[in-house]
Design a protein around this ligand. Structure first.
Ligand code: SF4
Length: 535
């Protein structure tokens, strides 16, 4: 059997990091590879010939030599996934739909695919393969039970062009103990974290090391969902790194309560985690309680971010606007918090109600869902919820103004100062070579700083932590992130930001903070999209 697996092209979003990919990260074409397809490939019978095409780095073949074409997709890819399913079906191929959105809403795929694979694939994909070989493939394969991750194979990393991605992906756990109202992860994977064995993780790292990968993203939606198991993993990773001369740098997603556990933080550092992504969502306690994100209300959030900095761990974070408690004043609170925290990869999204989540059900009951099934990217200028305490247009305007302000050169520089002030030394075992870092600086200068003129150069220079030179690469990475997000806003939000150091046009989002001192997973598209080692 010949199986072609396709990862559809993502619509551009903040997470594409397009400007950085095009201008700064030499030789890279996308951030992270389709780990799910590599896992699926490893579940196929040995006699099957499998090929993976990631449309984010390669063109899709018009007439592939294949018996089956399998097309995955998250919510943000649904439109393109539908197009590809139709394209190959029309050409007479047997098409299979899968991925997280098909898992959440298999009913949407019925007419589009010959078979739909919904849910975790470890058992049902093997059943599909057996049935297909005997000519008895069913329309729907749905996992309703619990998959033991110890049954998950080492992904076929050899089928991915790993050299063309900034990061490689690896998964240790599925599930999260929390119950954020908007989250689809706990709908799909449940609230009891399940994990792979440490031996499995070691085998996957061995494969990645053999493939010369240096940066690895643990795509778990919350790596510390089970803290004792997370600590065992981190200790294992520390031992692995010592044995292999600190070959890897790591990043992952965690909940904010990581900052309350000194041992966890110490182990993250020892294992060489350079960054974590945290769903902060809102500095407003009432909004956090409303969305059942109680874990963020148990400590001062600013102090928590700084606690991570003090352990040399960079913080990327998701923020959301549009909660029922949010008013136009919320934008200023968000602005103040993001400035003070120094977070650069601050992924602010409009609240989106994902089908099957408690939020979707509640807003449906309240008659507050707008009918746009394709609104799945919560960084776009539109959403499917009707806000409660502000008009829809007010929310969109405030959202735009918030981004525009944060991405002014002056505010990029101030946030860097607000971060480096609290940052301990960067990890001593960096995988970045001097030549690699120098190349990033040169390309940043040529493509980002010089075109910004004298004012941008001024802010760049004043943001550099010259008294602590080891932090300079961190500051440069933040400029890359800031200018990348700004490029996206300039192109996607319709009109350019104006002067490189302009003032806020929207008085609701005034710069503020300690003398101007100054992220999504929810379970979201974020899981597959990521960040770069330059962060
Ligand atoms: S949003 Fe994050 S912390 Fe909340 S339930 Fe989902 S995965 Fe867990």
């Amino acid at each position: 059997m010949k199986l072609l697996l396709i990862n559809p092209k993502f619509p551009e979003s903040f997470w594409s990091f397009q400007w950085a990919i095009d201008n700064v990260f030499s030789g890279k074409r996308a951030l992270s590879p389709p780990l799910g397809l590599a896992t699926l490939a490893a579940l196929c019978p040995e006699s099957w010939r499998v090929e993976i095409v990631d449309e984010n780095i390669d063109a899709i073949p018009a007439n592939p030599e294949a018996d089956i074409v399998g097309i995955c997709g998250m919510g943000v890819q649904f439109k393109r996934q539908k197009e590809l399913l139709a394209f190959y079906k029309e050409r007479g191929y047997f098409v299979v739909a899968g991925g997280s959105y098909a898992s959440l809403c298999p009913e949407l795929y019925g007419p589009l695919a010959d078979s739909v694979v919904a849910g975790e694939v470890e058992y049902i994909w093997k059943a599909f393969c057996r049935d297909f070989e005997t000519g008895a493939a069913k329309a729907l394969y749905r996992e309703t039970g619990e998959v033991a991750l110890t049954d998950s194979p080492v992904p076929r990393f050899d089928l991915l062009k790993l050299g063309q991605y900034e990061l490689a992906s690896l998964q240790f756990s599925r599930g999260c103990p929390f119950r954020c109202e908007f989250c689809d992860i706990i709908v799909m994977f449940g609230r009891k974290p399940r994990t792979k064995s440490l031996d499995q993780v070691g085998r996957e790292l061995d494969r990645l090391r053999e493939a010369d990968v240096r940066s690895v993203f643990f795509v778990d939606d919350n790596l510390i969902g089970n803290k004792p198991l997370a600590k065992a993993l981190l200790q294992f990773l520390h031992d692995y790194q010592e044995k292999h001369d600190y070959w890897f740098d790591f990043g992952t997603e965690v909940s904010l309560n990581v900052a309350q556990d000194a041992e966890l933080l110490r182990l993250f550092r020892l294992a060489n985690f350079e960054w974590v992504f945290i769903g902060i969502e809102s500095p407003d306690e009432e909004s956090l309680k409303e969305t059942l994100k109680f874990q963020n209300t148990r400590q001062d959030m600013l102090a928590s971010v700084r606690e991570l900095y003090s352990h040399g761990i960079n913080v990327l974070a998701g923020f959301i606007v549009g909660f029922d408690h949010d008013t136009v004043a919320t934008f200023e609170k968000q602005h103040r918090f993001i400035m003070q925290s120094g977070i650069h990869a601050a992924m602010i999204g409009l609240l989106v109600a994902i089908p099957k989540t408690p939020l979707y059900d509640r807003l449906g009951r309240e008659g507050r869902l707008a009918a746009d099934p394709d609104v799945q990217d919560n960084t776009k200028l539109g959403t499917n919820i009707i806000p409660k305490q502000m008009g829809y247009d007010e929310m969109i305007d405030g959202f735009q103004a918030l981004y525009r302000s944060l991405l002014e050169d002056r505010n990029i520089a101030d946030r860097i100062k607000n971060k480096t002030r609290y940052f301990a030394g960067v990890p001593e075992h960096t995988t970045d070579s001097f030549g690699g870092q120098f190349g990033i600086l040169v390309r940043l200068l040529v493509h980002g700083l010089v075109p910004g003129g004298v004012v941008r150069m001024f802010h760049f220079v004043r943001s550099m932590p010259f008294s602590r030179p080891s932090l300079i690469p961190l500051a440069i990475g933040d400029w890359v992130v800031g200018l990348t997000m700004r490029d996206y806003v300039d192109r996607q939000f319709g009109q350019a930001l104006g002067g490189s150091d302009g003032c806020l046009e929207d008085p609701r989002v005034s710069g503020a903070g300690e003398g101007l001192p100054g992220a999504f997973p929810r379970g979201s598209p974020v899981a597959e999209l990521t960040v770069s080692r330059a962060l």
